[in-house]
Design a protein around this ligand. Structure first.
Ligand SMILES: Cc1cc2nc3c(=O)[nH]c(=O)nc-3n(C[C@H](O)[C@H](O)[C@H](O)COP(=O)(O)OP(=O)(O)OC[C@H]3O[C@@H](n4cnc5c(N)ncnc54)[C@H](O)[C@@H]3O)c2cc1C
Length: 479
């Protein structure tokens, strides 16, 4: 049996802080934590520590500081770039037991939640008051606020409402030296550097976020969700451009290609036409009178772009099913191939047809099937590369195609990640966007928080010896 790299003395000290119920050290159990949603890279931590209070997080981090041991924060493990892979860190600190909603401040429309609170639970806690928390990753029924903060997560509704950083007023965080600090706060702006903004999207390299103050929005008076059915992805893309050029900013504008539609249909039976080349989900919200006008305009734009059908969800149940088909699309992909890898890149919105064309050529060149489901309004693409892990050559082609897709995004004026972060997956692509000096400045900044690089080492920055070797996966973790 594999022996842990950390000493029994250290284990005892950690257990003294969190109790034995907060320690996972048995290799058969730590294996559960060997990867996130980016299943091509795996490594089990030696020990997983699960503090249940902020005081315990502070205690754990101080024990690790004294022992000079590196650690990696983890939320729900739904990340898609290997961000919580325990690369050079034997200890994983999971924040999923920090589940308190500390304060609901209706007057100021904000909520203070601990890092382990599941995204969807924030909205559930306030929906009775007609409020919501806007960032809604498709993984929102599982992912945590700590992970959302670390990844600056987006989601279908971030087209209109912005990503996580636009909704986080403040963060409470334990620095790698054990200091508990607060950045930002309960008001719209605080003097001094925006360190809150730095930590949001910092991919867990600055410390362990223990709580966040989140902005709440008034739920819209009226919501209409439309489904446009097109013969081709190109036609659906035309509709996207026309809608935005027409001055409408939908709450969400999501595109699914034929492969995804087929999988979703087989899984949920929503009633998409079997031969649809692509479907667009368009959600419009706001005051009722305005929404009505926008629905009519979107219908016209879709028809002009060649939609063969435009359907408006007649009630909340139909709307919910439509969103289920979109948000569970990744799950439905399991029907198409034993394994898949979700890429994440972004291009200027007008370049979406170009990147889709390039993806299609990349798929052909590498003899792969690639499906597309993505936030079309943001230009944030999510090509899903289908493969069978038992085929080593196919795995190699998947990795090569992923790189080619990201290079194509950069060539078109975009970036190598729209919302899933760099993690380990995209380390090698960072130099496509940043000069060695840019990268050094960023790392210098990181060292202000973590001088010894003990918090989530080996992520984001290409460093000799620090990159993970992506290998043949052992199995696909169901998402
Ligand atoms: C089916 C599916 C759909 C998805 N859809 C979307 C989407 O629409 N939009 C989107 O943006 N993402 C999406 N994702 C990606 C993922 O859900 C998000 O990145 C999410 O924010 C990760 O949260 P988590 O709690 O699972 O974090 P983890 O995966 O556990 O960790 C992610 C990163 O955050 C760090 N971290 C976690 N908790 C903390 C903490 N308390 N303090 C400091 N650092 C921490 C980790 O070290 C790691 O670097 C999807 C994933 C799946 C599987």
């Amino acid at each position: 049996m594999q022996q842990p790299r950390i000493s029994s003395t250290l284990l005892d000290r950690l257990a003294a802080v969190v109790g034995t119920e907060g320690i996972v050290a048995d290799p058969s159990s730590t294996r559960v934590y060997e990867c996130d949603g980016f299943t091509l890279a795996r490594k089990s931590p030696d020990v997983v520590v699960l503090p249940a209070t902020v005081e315990e997080v502070v205690g754990v981090v101080k024990v690790l500081r004294d022992a000079d041991v590196a650690f990696v924060p983890r939320g729900a493990g739904t990340g898609l770039s290997g961000g919580c892979l325990p690369l050079e860190a034997p200890v994983m600190v999971g924040t999923s037991r920090l589940r308190q909603i500390r304060e609901i401040d209706l007057a100021n429309r904000r909520v203070v939640v601990e890092a382990g609170v599941v995204n969807l639970h924030v909205t559930r806690a306030v929906m009775g008051e007609g409020l919501l928390y806007a960032p809604d990753p498709s993984s929102q029924s599982a992912c945590t606020i700590g992970g959302n903060v670390a990844e600056n997560s987006g989601g279908p509704h971030t087209l209109k409402y912005g990503v996580t950083t636009n909704h986080v007023l403040g963060v409470e965080m334990v620095l790698p030296n054990g200091d508990l600090i607060e950045l930002g706060g309960g008001v719209e702006d605080v003097p001094g550097y925006d360190l809150r903004g730095l930590v949001v999207g910092g991919e867990g390299t600055f410390g362990i976020v223990t709580a966040a103050t989140l902005r709440l929005l008034q739920a819209p008076q009226s919501i209409s969700t439309l489904l446009g059915v097109f013969d081709s992805v190109a036609a659906a893309c035309h509709a996207v451009s026309a809608i935005i050029a027409g001055g409408i900013v939908p709450a969400a504008l999501e595109l699914m290609d034929q492969t995804i539609v087929d999988a979703v249909e087989a899984a949920y039976g929503f009633g998409f036409p079997a031969d649809a080349g692509a479907v667009l989900i368009v959600e419009l919200d706001g005051v009722a009178a305005g929404v009505e006008g926008e629905v009519a305009a979107v219908r016209e734009h879709c028809a002009a772009a060649g939609a063969r059908e435009v359907r408006v969800a007649v009630d909340e149940a139909e709307r919910a099913t439509l969103w289920k088909s979109r948000k569970k699309a990744f799950g439905a992909v399991g029907r198409l191939a034993p394994n898949y890898c979700t890429q994440d890149g972004v291009v200027p919105r007008g370049k979406v047809p170009d990147i889709l064309e390039k993806i299609s050529a990349i798929a052909q060149r590498n003899q792969l099937r690639i499906a597309n489901v993505f936030h079309a309004g943001d230009g944030n693409i999510h090509p899903i590369l289908l493969f069978d892990q038992r085929d080593e050559d196919e795995v190699k082609r998947v990795l090569r195609a992923g790189t080619e897709i990201l290079e194509a995004c950069v060539e078109l004026g975009g970036s190598v990640t729209g919302e899933h972060g760099i993690g380990v997956e995209k380390i090698d692509q960072m130099p496509l966007l940043f000069s060695p000096i840019d990268l050094r400045v960023m790392q210098d900044l990181r060292k202000v928080f973590d001088p010894n690089l003990r918090c989530n080492p080996g992520k984001i920055f290409p460093q000799p010896g620090a990159c993970v070797e992506v290998t043949k996966p052992m199995r696909q973790v169901p998402l």
